[in-house]
Ligand binder design. Structure first.
Ligand SMILES: Nc1ncnc2c1ncn2[C@@H]1O[C@H](COP(=O)(O)OP(=O)(O)OP(=O)(O)O)[C@@H](O)[C@H]1O
Ligand SMILES: [Mg+2]
Length: 588
């Protein structure tokens, strides 16, 4: 796999912007509206300053209070009008941002998922289950937060910062310089400390979450906890993780307290200093009341927007990391899509000196020089101890993995010259552990042949000995089975998988016999269904039951990744080798 190119954060942001621009008919007007409302929000301190400051100046100059009052009324009406306009525009721009952002995200989600399901099996084999989907959804969450909240926030705050600074300079450049020399330093220091404090609170959260994991694990495995009388052990484990949490909180508490003390003293101290200086200027008439009011009010706005920047920047940095990971995922090449896609399988399957190791465990040779031939329509049993390489053989037949050496052949043609789709659509697998998809029984059977009619589905179920039990369910074929089919027994799940395979009508059948024993009635139903399924098809069966093996035309005995013996049951028993040992120790 080629190393993904490192990406700069600029290009990652541009990439996301590309998704947003697909919605430019909504996004660009919303962006313009955002600029507009952000500028309008500066009207608030402006009118407020006028309202507070100008009467003082007017009264000082002994203007008729009636006139002053009338002026105030006028100002307040203007303010209300501006607020109304701002609210009106904001109403549409918020909707526009959410619509374009969520729609862009949906495009991204669709692209990611479509790509994800096309990735080679080897990619999934390397991942810890759950880790991949958790990571992708966490990354998407960060991108979402940024698109819907941080971007509008950044635009708004920038406009307020720049506009507000212009206003305070107009109000009094002298006081502005004095303030800019002191307050931003403190605001930035606060923002910096604030992040540290938040860092602690995040650590505290994480450690509390860890304590939560203990509860989760315990409740999940409560049967084991009780069976092993480990209640005390779990309680102690929980108590330990709570202690760890308390430790983190205590350290965090000190920081928090220092932070608050700092704010009280430094920030308000500095503000007092600026106010004191302003009062001096007022007294010496270097500034009017109105300008002083502007100055104070705009400073509050500027200060607040300044304080929001560290958070905005850190959110952007997080987003850069998240988008880089998402792009790396999209850069992984998908499964091959070449080869003859119209090939019809005749049913002959062969391995020719195949060797294989899993990419995640390159040190272990899982299959070593494996050769065998399966005639069309015949039945071959694969037997051997656990870990011998039987399921891996199936993976190679399905093209989930490619051999490191040697060839997999279908009707004498190298598998790599056939399209994966051609191979897989004419091969069906009944796995050892059947996992049903969340959905109805009907949908689960239909999976074998999307678009199959009700009649076909029911006929397949009948052949699989499943129709009876399905029909006896209150909702019949529309019964929804959990994501893991938990509402059905093992034997029932298997019969549904068999019905699915019957419906798929494959040339080649791969059957991984269940190791878990079924009760004898259930086993009879399953075996009968399997018999019908295998009839007339090439079947490779990983067998755990002697009865299955006896009926096979040919047996391959796997051990440590090699085919150590092959032949019929009688031949192999006569040979007194591994197979005979397996049979005698009841491993098959
Ligand atoms: N995804 C994987 N990544 C790395 N190693 C794997 C992977 N899957 C299987 N293996 C290893 O390959 C070897 C063969 O595994 P395989 O599943 O083919 O055994 P098996 O014969 O089917 O065993 P069982 O009868 O227990 O199902 C084992 O040593 C196993 O640990
Ligand atoms: Mg297996």
């Amino acid at each position: 796999m080629p190393e993904p190119k490192p990406k700069t954060s600029i290009s990652s942001h541009r990439w996301i912007l590309g998704y947003l621009m697909r919605e430019k008919a909504v996004f660009l007007p919303s962006l313009a509206a955002l600029f507009f409302t952000a500028m309008l929000s500066l009207a608030f301190p402006y009118f407020l300053g006028k309202l507070v400051g100008s009467p003082s100046d007017a009264l000082k100059h002994r203007i008729d209070p009636q006139i002053v009052l009338a002026r105030s009324n006028e100002v307040v009406l203007q303010l209300v009008a501006v607020l109304g306009l701002q609210a009106f525009v904001a109403f549409f721009r918020v909707q526009g941002f959410i619509r374009s952002g969520e729609s862009a995200l949906n495009h991204l989600r669709r692209d990611l998922f479509a790509h994800l399901v096309r990735l080679p099996m080897s990619y999934f084999q390397e991942q810890r289950s759950g880790a991949l989907s958790n990571r992708v959804s966490a990354d998407l969450g960060v991108v979402r937060e940024t698109l819907l909240t941080t971007v509008p926030q950044a635009v708004r705050q920038s406009v307020i910062l720049v506009g507000g600074l212009i206003f305070i300079f107009i109000a009094s450049w002298k006081l502005s310089l004095i303030m800019l020399g002191s307050v931003p330093v403190v605001v930035l220091a606060i923002a910096f400390f604030g992040r540290k404090v938040r860092g602690f609170s995040k650590a505290a959260q994480d450690s509390l979450a860890e304590a939560g994991t203990v509860i989760e694990e315990t409740v999940q495995g409560i049967a084991d906890v009780k069976a092993f009388t480990n209640e005390r052990f779990e309680a102690a484990r929980y108590s330990r993780s709570l202690d760890a949490f308390f430790d983190v909180t205590r350290r965090g508490a000190k920081n928090r307290a220092a932070f608050l003390a700092f704010i009280i003293f430094a920030l308000f101290g500095t503000i007092s200093f600026v106010a004191w200086y302003g009062a001096r200027m007022l007294a010496t008439e270097q500034i009017t009341w109105e300008n002083f009011a502007y100055f104070i009010l705009f400073s509050i706005f500027v200060g607040a927007s300044l304080g929001s920047f560290p958070e905005i920047i850190s959110q952007f940095q997080q987003t850069a990391g998240a988008t880089e990971r998402l792009r790396e995922l999209l850069d992984i090449p998908p499964e091959r899509a070449d080869g003859d896609s119209s090939a019809t399988l005749g049913g002959a399957v062969a391995f020719e000196n195949v060797s294989f190791r899993y990419p995640s465990r390159p040190e272990a040779l899982v299959l070593e020089d494996v050769s065998f031939q399966v005639e069309p329509g015949s039945r071959v049993a694969l037997v051997g101890p656990s870990g011998a390489g039987k399921s891996t053989t199936f993976s190679l037949i399905l093209g989930f993995n490619d051999p490191e050496a040697g060839r997999v052949l279908f009707d004498g043609r190298c598998a790599s010259s056939l399209a994966l789709q051609a191979i897989r659509s004419q091969t069906a697998i009944v796995p050892q552990e059947v996992l049903l998809f969340g959905g109805s029984i009907r949908e689960n059977i239909e999976y074998g042949k999307p678009g199959a009619s009700h009649a076909e589905i029911e006929a397949a179920a009948a052949q699989a000995n499943a129709h009876e039990f399905i029909a006896s369910l209150p909702e019949g074929y529309d019964t929804v089975v959990g994501p893991r089919g938990t509402k059905l027994s093992g034997g029932q799940r298997q019969r549904i998988a068999i019905a699915r395979a019957i419906l798929a009508d494959p040339r080649v059948l791969l059957l991984d016999e269940a190791t878990s024993a079924l009760d004898s009635e259930s086993e009879r139903l399953v075996n009968e269904a399997l018999e019908r399924l295998m009839r007339g098809r090439t079947s490779l069966v990983i067998a755990h039951r002697l009865s299955t093996v006896r009926h096979a035309d040919h047996i391959l005995v796997f051990n440590h990744g090699r085919v150590v013996e092959s032949g019929t049951h009688e031949e192999l028993i006569a040979r007194d080798g591994t197979y005979r040992l397996l049979v005698e120790t009841q491993l098959v």
